[in-house]
Design a protein around this ligand. Sequence first.
Ligand code: THU
Length: 144
Amino acid sequence: MTHEDLISKALEARKMAYTPYSHHAVGAALLTKDGKVYLGCNIENAAYTPTNCAERTALFKAVSEGERDFTAIAIVGGPDNQEELPICAPCGVCRQALNEFVDPESFEVILGTNDPKNYKKFKLAELLPLGFGPKNMSFLKDYQ
Ligand code: THU
């Protein structure tokens, strides 16, 4: 799966975004180690706080179907009335949610646009430096 292919899938996912309040539509495509792709879009709510970001929609879909190993996520986002998209970085909550299930030093975050060749690529560790993760809680295995 090339970066361009994964971005194309995120663009497809973005078409499903439910954004009557912000009008900011986001799509995500999460790649598993064995090559499966889980799609997600943002899903807003009249009460605002129940809103779920595209990245977490994809992650929760995948984990709820038994996936635990991921290598990359592509993200695209921008105003829901335009096809031309700027680079859209994941929010802090989504960075943290992803950090639970991936190796932040190797997991790739691909920030796409409407032009599949125009993207930026980061490791999760670059976007979430000094992240708090499962290792911080591993003391629990010896806890009396
Ligand atoms: N949003 C995402 O889906 N992903 C992000 O990482 C940033 C923000 C959504 C949430 C909300 O529906 C809209 O974009 C505006 O914040």
